[in-house]
Design a protein around this ligand. Structure first.
Ligand SMILES: CC(C)(COP(=O)(O)OP(=O)(O)OC[C@H]1O[C@@H](n2cnc3c(N)ncnc32)[C@H](O)[C@@H]1OP(=O)(O)O)[C@@H](O)C(=O)NCCC(=O)NCCS
Length: 111
């Protein structure tokens, strides 16, 4: 079992932390109000190797989408895949993101 907690770093920067038995096993950072105040970006998605392939990465992105939707001015979410494995892209595609024509490495979810 694991739980996801929210931590605010600054006004627009948030970290989601996944804990299992009190230990951090993964995290994700999202920033709202970037560029035009209509865009949010998800970065730094990471799950400890021992806990990967159990749906935790996907659960983190789903939780970020839920939280970002509360900012009613945000019209799209960008996510970048820096992993080299394509794992982040696989998760994003499963959650309805599309390849972003304006950004070669990113995927976008219009809200
Ligand atoms: C990206 C990452 C967070 C995914 O976490 P996770 O908890 O393993 O992801 P999930 O279990 O939710 O996986 C969901 C889907 O992603 C894809 N996926 C996950 N790991 C993958 C891998 N190593 N290679 C290819 N696809 C992968 C699969 O489609 C998977 O679905 P499936 O297990 O039903 O096949 C994790 O692999 C990670 O921490 N990687 C290292 C850090 C990193 O590269 N971060 C991104 C750049 S900041």
């Amino acid at each position: 079992m694991y739980k996801i907690k929210l931590k605010e770093i600054k006004d627009s920067d948030f970290t989601l932390i996944v804990q299992s038995e009190g230990k951090e096993i993964g995290h994700l950072v999202f920033t709202v109000n970037v560029f035009d105040n209509k865009t949010a970006i998800i970065t730094d998605l990471e799950v400890r190797p021992k806990y990967q392939r159990r749906g935790i990465g996907k659960a983190l992105v789903e939780e970020a989408i839920r939280r970002i939707k509360k900012f009613t001015n945000i019209k799209r979410i960008l996510i970048e895949d820096g992993s080299g494995t394509g794992a982040t892209s696989q998760i994003a595609l499963k959650l309805g993101f599309n390849l972003d024509s304006a950004k070669s490495r990113g995927l976008v979810l219009p809200l």
